[in-house]
Design a binder for this molecule. Structure first.
Ligand code: ADP
Ligand code: MG
Length: 234
């Protein structure tokens, strides 16, 4: 019974996210359609055409940003539950982010306190999406450069991933709104990345705690229940 409830809760989250992404992408597409139509009508001078083109490109970029925040890495299929070595995923995500970090003058580190694999259960593609969104925000919070660190610590029954940045930080009010849809302080923000991350992490039975200080930076503590790999599986 409990499982049924969890399952229907998951379907609800997924369909709400799908509806939201469809809605958000429809807007830029409608704008692009309108301007392409205008481009096709005779009488527009070169300058005006250039302006229409610029808007089309900007709107397409926006659609792309929305898609990136939602599902650049996540597969559209339903959650696959597998054993994931958290350490591998942390290294993978820091590699994915390295170009973006370099471009923003940010150094990325990934460390763990010992060398054995740390297994958790979930869909690795979704977990990557969640961590990439959090890491992206961290990089975007350090426009003047800084440090982004991923750290993995293993407690008895939990694996704790710490994601910390030396960026602008958040006020308590901003922190309170973090994760609610469309909350963004950025010019071209979608306000969707954190919401997606939180829902992925919670679906994996993960717990999130965030500490942030304006002018100092932000630390995410993400805790997942550790799973033990049966001996007979290699
Ligand atoms: P977006 O990145 O498109 O703005 P998100 O949902 O990813 O949307 O983030 C929402 C807001 O939360 C950001 O606009 C920013 O104000 C704040 N935020 C998130 N992560 C951080 C961080 N590491 N440091 C400072 N502010 C952050
Ligand atoms: Mg973001």
């Amino acid at each position: 019974m409990q499982e049924e409830i969890v399952k229907s809760e998951r379907i609800k989250v997924v369909s709400e996210m799908a509806a939201s992404v469809a809605h958000e992408i429809r807007n830029p597409l409608t704008v692009v359609r309108g301007f392409i139509q205008l481009l096709g009508t005779s009488g527009a001078d070169e300058k005006r055409k250039e302006f229409y083109q610029k808007i089309c490109l900007e709107e397409l970029d926006r659609a792309q940003l929305i898609i990136t925040d939602y599902l650049s890495l996540a597969k559209p299929e339903p959650d696959l539950i597998e054993l994931i070595d958290m350490k591998d995923e942390m290294v993978y995500v820091s590699n994915v982010l390295s170009t973006y970090a370099l471009y923003n003058n940010v150094q990325v580190h990934a460390t763990s306190n010992d060398n054995v694999p740390v297994y958790i259960a979930g869909d690795r593609y979704k977990l990557r999406q969640a961590l990439v969104n959090i890491g992206k925000n961290a990089i975007e919070a350090m426009s003047g450069g800084g440090e982004l660190s991923f750290q993995l610590r293993q407690h008895t029954e939990t694996a704790v991933v710490t994601v910390s940045d030396t960026g602008v930080g958040m006020t308590p009010e901003q922190l309170g709104r973090l994760g609610s849809p469309y909350f963004s302080t950025k010019n071209k923000g979608t306000g969707l990345g954190t919401m997606v991350s939180f829902s992925i992490i919670r679906n994996m039975d993960g717990k999130i705690d965030i500490q942030s200080e304006v002018g100092k930076g932000t630390v995410y503590y993400i805790a997942f229940p550790i799973k033990h790999k049966p001996d007979n599986i290699s």
